[in-house]
Design a protein around this ligand. Structure first.
Ligand SMILES: *Cc1c(COP(=O)(O)O)cnc(C)c1O
Length: 362
């Protein structure tokens, strides 16, 4: 047993199939009615004025930094425990990522941000990792104090909240991925940004389509990061069920937390003030490799998110950040393990995972 994307498709199969056929039969396939309807519905759901559909979550990140003016010499503060795309979104513009240690919730330790601010700091990237929100109160306080921009990476936290307010609405821009495994997943690559800034939203719309507002008249050097009609249509179906999908994940997560009782396994905790939509249910275990093997022997697949912190990956050897720089993050990389958890997972399936975990003897 492992994460199974087909299950979430099966939950609403007839709606997805009807929508796919409708779009195929319309004869208009990129940036059309489905995209603009999705943009309106998604912005409404998140609680921002604007949403702009894009080609991927990485596009949402790098285009955000580009349009906010991040370039060579500019520093962006980001958690040392993040996904590689978060860092690429910064470096693709020539910006410098400045890492800040993560805490027990595996998100940025906001109490360490201020020490990382320099005269070159331009922005903070708040990554709501594994579905749990960062401490947005502290992040926004620091941003205001030093005049920094805030970009939220909500690729794992669609519809999640910090102190009752939806993530993606705190910063200048909220970035989303709709990659199929994400909480609000499409059936291929897709992404979006949300913002309340009208002129910024307009720039995203122009930039994503070769810098052109009117066909063949280009006002800026842009890119091709357009959202497909079929993905937007399917995302509208998905979006209409997001409250129940998120509630189901929350139910599954609390069953795991209540029933896993093995002292060798540490279940995740949630920061006071934060909610989680449980993009991943990440346990920690000092004997992780034997646990993985034990789970495998019982037919249970698990995944490590992530085995190597981005600053230690081969891709970022150029940053010359030595091993040992962020001990908490590095320890987490050695201990974390994501359990199977997906929409459509049955209680029997989950109970089998729980029994197996509780039988593990190290
Ligand atoms: C998935 C993800 C991205 C990148 O999204 P893509 O659609 O794969 O480009 C960025 N940040 C985080 C935290 C992610 O999980």
């Amino acid at each position: 047993m492992a994460n199974d994307l087909k299950r979430q498709y099966d939950l609403y199969a007839s709606e997805f199939e009807q929508k796919a056929l409708d779009v195929l039969r319309k004869g208009w396939y990129v940036l059309g009615d489905e995209v603009s309807a999705f943009e309106h519905e998604f912005a409404d759901w998140i609680g921002t004025k604007y949403c702009v559909g894009l080609g991927s979550g990485l596009d949402a990140l790098w285009i955000s930094f580009r349009l906010l003016g991040i370039g060579p010499g500019d520093e962006v503060i980001v958690s040392s425990n993040a996904y590689i795309a978060c860092v690429m979104g910064i470096t693709m513009n020539g910006g410098t990522p400045v890492f800040v240690e993560s805490d027990q919730y595996l998100n940025i330790d906001a109490s360490k941000i201020e020490a990382a601010v320099t005269p070159r700091t331009k922005a903070i990237l708040a990554v709501h990792l594994f579905g749990q929100s960062c401490d947005m109160t502290e992040i926004m306080r620091i941003a205001e104090k030093y005049g920094l921009m805030v970009v939220e990476d909500c690729a794992q936290a669609h519809g999640n909240h910090w102190q009752g307010k939806t993530v993606g609405t705190f910063g200048h821009v909220g970035c989303f991925s709709f990659y199929p495994t994400k909480g609000c997943g499409a059936f291929g690559d897709a992404g979006a940004i949300v913002t309340n800034d009208e002129s910024l939203a307009r720039k995203f719309r122009v930039f994503r389509n070769y810098g052109s507002e009117k066909k063949y008249y280009n006002s800026m050097i842009g890119t091709n990061s357009r959202l497909d009609e079929i993905q937007a249509g399917l995302l509208r179906v998905r979006l209409s069920h997001m409250e129940e999908l998120n509630a189901e994940r929350q139910r599954l997560a609390s069953r795991y937390s209540q029933k896993i009782s093995n002292p060798l396994i540490k279940t995740p905790s949630v920061r006071p003030g934060a909610d989680s939509v449980w993009h991943q249910y990440v346990i920690r275990c000092a004997q992780r490799s034997s646990l993985i093997e034990f789970l495998n022997q019982n037919g249970i697949g698990s995944i490590i998110h992530y085995p190597i912190p981005p600053y230690l990956s081969e891709a970022y050897a150029c940053l010359s950040i030595p091993k040992g720089s962020f001990p908490y993050t590095e320890k987490a990389a050695d201990e974390v393990l994501s359990l199977p958890m997906y929409n459509g997972m049955t209680e029997e399936e989950q109970d089998f995972v729980i029994r197996t975990l509780n039988d593990f003897r190290g």
